[in-house]
Design a binder for this molecule. Sequence first.
Ligand code: UTP
Length: 293
Amino acid sequence: MSRIITKAVFPVAGLGTRFLPATKGIPKEMLPIVDKPLIQYAVEEAVAAGIDTMVFITGRSKNSITDHFDKAYELEKELEAKNKTELLKLIRDIVPPHVSCVFIRQSEALGLGHAVYCAKPVIGDEPFAVILADDLIEDADRGCMAQMVELYEQKNTSILGVERVDPSETASYGIVKTGESSEKSAPIEIIVEKPKPEEAPSNLAVVGRYILTPAIFDKIEKSGRGAGGEIQLTDAIADLLNDEQVLAFEFEGRRYDCGSKLGFLIATVEHGLLHKELKDDFLDYLKKLTKKF
Ligand code: UTP
């Protein structure tokens, strides 16, 4: 059966100011959690959801992302010559053969809404997924986007992945207020970008996973600069709500906010504790370390 959602957009053109100087020359999405860059986790989640076209919206200093998903002839030859078959497989299997990667340049970092709009020529008139790689989401079962694609197949409407956050943190997120629902998804009534805690309509935050209908492109085109002077995806979604239902979906899985230093460290430690080669030594080390404090 052919899937309805076949394309995923990965906006990777942000400036990554919270990780400077690490992100001066490399994109935030190439920072590794143990031994795999954030963007690879995100692409694997899309592949697990049956998506076969990955659309990267890149900016300055983004060549490393293009290189990461490209064939590395010299490296492969070197590994072949040294008979390092496991490593060879690791770099050859970064994306399965049926998956294609498309790279689009966002010439100026005008905001997430603008980055998504840059994908319009490739997306055309289809619903599509958007994945922000700095929100690393793991679910032992299917993966977050696979859950969302399944829901889209039932509801045929835009869906935003949401999670409850501490009420003091609303100013870091798009925040939604939903109507009543007995299901894990509920229709969104209001969406606001980065409200102060005292102005937030709830503590239900949008966390970097979207399925959007193509109607979003007209809405982005119409929306001006919003919070922080950027063209905000949230403002376009707020406008979309006037015409279409948009669902908030509380997915299964654990989210790591790898756009923040603390979230990145937490993800690194937890993945170190799960890593098949490292976990025992790393756990011993952490036990010894905690005795010191
Ligand atoms: P963020 O709000 O996390 O911004 O963007 P940022 O620039 O990446 O990071 P900080 O806050 O300065 O540290 C959310 C997502 O949108 C992408 C980013 O790459 C990130 O995946 N983005 C943002 C773009 O692709 N283009 C933009 O113009 C802005």
